[in-house]
Design a protein around this ligand. Sequence first.
Ligand SMILES: NC(=O)c1ccc[n+]([C@@H]2O[C@H](COP(=O)([O-])OP(=O)(O)OC[C@H]3O[C@@H](n4cnc5c(N)ncnc54)[C@H](O)[C@@H]3O)[C@@H](O)[C@H]2O)c1
Length: 369
Amino acid sequence: MDGIKVGIVGCGNISGIYFRMMREVYGHILDLAACADLDPQRARAKAAENPGVKAMTVGKLLKDPGIRIVVNLTIPKAHYAVAMKALKAGKHVYGEKPLTVTRAQGRRLLALAKEKNLLVGNAPDTFMGGGIQTCRKLIDDGLIGDPVGATAFMMCHGHESWHPDPEFYYEKGGGPMFDMGPYYLTALVNLLGPVRRVTGSARISFPTRTITSAKKHGKVVPVEVPTHVAAVMDFANGAIGTLVTSFDVWAHDLPCIQVYGSKGSLQVPDPNGFGGPVKMRLQGEREWKEVALTHVADINRGTGVADMACALLRPGRPHRASGALAFHVLDIMHAVHEASLKGRHVMLGSSCARPPALPAGLARGALDP
Ligand SMILES: NC(=O)c1ccc[n+]([C@@H]2O[C@H](COP(=O)([O-])OP(=O)(O)OC[C@H]3O[C@@H](n4cnc5c(N)ncnc54)[C@H](O)[C@@H]3O)[C@@H](O)[C@H]2O)c1
């Protein structure tokens, strides 16, 4: 099978793991051929580390007729412009989260892709990892019974202590919900299906943040977006979910995600990773028991790109980290902030199908039986 030719736009912090996975684990599906960045030095550095990958300008990468998928690893406020350029150049596009900053941008992106018969894929793809796929199988096999509710917590004190360029986390398109919410919400939609309505409360606790990572140590950044957000979500299947995302919390000991069913409870691993542990405690049991993973966990970012390439290689096969899923997640995140401003529930305008579960027992790097 010939690999699908791919070009990366955005060679910053997260790009390293994409380069590694797409070459080492999915090299039989993807042919990573080119990379570009606004900062040509960054693109050149990545190309030097990855033999066979050519550094070029974004314009040249988009004009390369062989490149079929553009992987957009730019910062959130650039996602829309870069993705639209890629679609206009006739490329399929897979982006980092969130899909876009606004819902209107997301709608325009998906509409153009449909018009041009191109695919849009989007991170996160962590729900395709062994941990969350095992949880999906346990729920689908009825082990915990009918889902009643779920709780999810992502709370920390922001990223300015380690990220070299953390300004974007406090600009529109950033904040704990738009930055980390996609992991939690995508995992929950994968496990429980789409959300019907939400309500929530959001606040800005600190009007400025001071960067303490090395490069920009001491720089003060204004905060444009809520940094403590609490949401309640009614899923279409009747389950009720609670999600708290925060960049304002120094310490807590709450779980990442738990799902409660009519026959028992499930502890879902960190949705910002691909592994376990998965724990379950059924009615009458006195303690949590770890469940062996049914799916491969030793994978990472880039899996969603490879899955999208499989859909191109086998027309009619759906891809899992899809634009429709990412748009529904974006819609939920906006609706929670809107509910806080308006002081009421917000009905969602979007929905999506649950992505197909991965078959159990596939080898590392395989996405189809
Ligand atoms: N850093 C992480 O741990 C992490 C983890 C998962 C996902 N993400 C997501 O990945 C994306 C990138 O994050 P990052 O941490 O790598 O950011 P970063 O700032 O380190 O890198 C972004 C890169 O994109 C380039 N860029 C920006 N606009 C561009 C444009 N219009 N054209 C070409 N290049 C452009 C920048 O020059 C920079 O090199 C974000 O959406 C983020 O939410 C980051």
